[in-house]
Design a protein around this ligand. Sequence first.
Ligand code: GDP
Ligand code: IMO
Ligand code: MG
Length: 429
Amino acid sequence: MANVAVIGSQWGDEGKGKVVDWLASRADIVVRFQGGHNAGHTLVVGNQTYKLSLVPSGVVRGKTSIIGNGVVVDPWALLGEIESLRKKGVDVAPGMLKVAENCALILPLHGRIDRAREEARGAAKLGTTGRGIGPAYEDKVARRAVRLCDLADRKALEEKLDHLLFHHNALLRGLGAEEVDRAELLAGLVEVAPRILPYADSVWRYLDGERRAGKRILFEGAQGIMLDVDHGTYPYVTSSNTVAGMAAVGSGLGPGAIDYVLGITKAYTTRVGSGPFPSEQDNEIGQILGERGREFGTVTGRKRRCGWFDAVIVRQSARVAGLDGIALTKLDVLDGLAEVKVCVGYTYEGRSYDYLPASMAAQAGVRPVYETFEGWRESTRGARSWADLPATAIKYIRRIEELIGVPVTLLSTSPERDDTILVHDPFAD
Ligand code: GDP
Ligand code: IMO
Ligand code: MG
């Protein structure tokens, strides 16, 4: 029985939510395994739009939803999301949603630190979502995080807080900033504990049992490979690994549990926040892509930077994450352009590159080499079969496949759930 990992192959917002929702009809369980509520995954079903940050996108189809140990969980944000889903008629009862008891929590102090650091960086800011993701992962790796299971044990929780605040308050004092009020933090956690603990479970054990019973698992990545803390455009990245291997680590299954890795790939490129973006079009083309693609951040509402498809980036992503296929999304946004360009290589200091070098200076300095394609006048929006696509659009897709060395297994032609063309079923592998 095949299990599929869905991950973003660019800088996030590729359309993972839409594709996960679509694929979820073929799965039993959907698992988030990294990131936190920095993610914003959009699903459009008829005239209803859902924006999910922490709850896996399979929940709308009533699939069992899992938040794995690799996710950093803000309990208040999670409860708020559950409540807003309930208002839209999606019931997320404990049992339907299981949160790994060993996941690290995002506390209010993490958001405060995240935002204060960004402010202190001024023009050199990373452009984080300000949700406390980085500081929470730092505390996890430093072995001082409060984990979900700690909320069940008042004594352990108080010891954890002492340890945590010993560190943070020393730093805050040094910076001349206001210290964290232990009593206030403790009171908040004591209040939230009985509301969030019903969702806590030993997720690794549950998933192992379901896997043995032949259930199909869909892993839902957040962010994108170019935001991976190791493989992305460091330091302009998020604080987790976003590559497919993380699906195993972040849910408590072995690497053999992932049978197929599907990279979600936008037919052009966007990025929100700071950092290198070689094929960026800070001009009329970027403006057109942004308007047609409605490129505004799901989480922060920030305008996304837009540019041509960068085949170098996606090829590199395909290699470091082991992509078996891609789901190409938002092809319709390119409809009507006289010509369409694809970045096929870079030059930097007199040398040609077929990959993105690691150094910050090189990443900022590479110049794109483009291949130009004839555009298509016809609309591809809402196309539901390959035969509905203009020949020039097919030529564009075929060249992308050739350049990245990975086939298109799914094509998305609008935000709507059913405007999707299946070329090859990833679960069939
Ligand atoms: P995610 O973070 O990868 O889940 O992506 P987001 O939801 O943040 O951003 C993708 C946006 O594109 C959302 O508004 C989707 O509704 C929309 N979208 C997804 N697929 C398509 C598509 O094929 N065509 C168009 N026009 N929009 C799409
Ligand atoms: P989804 O899952 C796009 C970006 C932020 C910033 C950098 C670090 O919707 O694709 P962080 O708050 O994680 O410390 O910010 O990462 N970023 C995303 N960009 N889509 C996302 O998620 C993102 N999550 C984080 O804009 O540049
Ligand atoms: Mg998003």
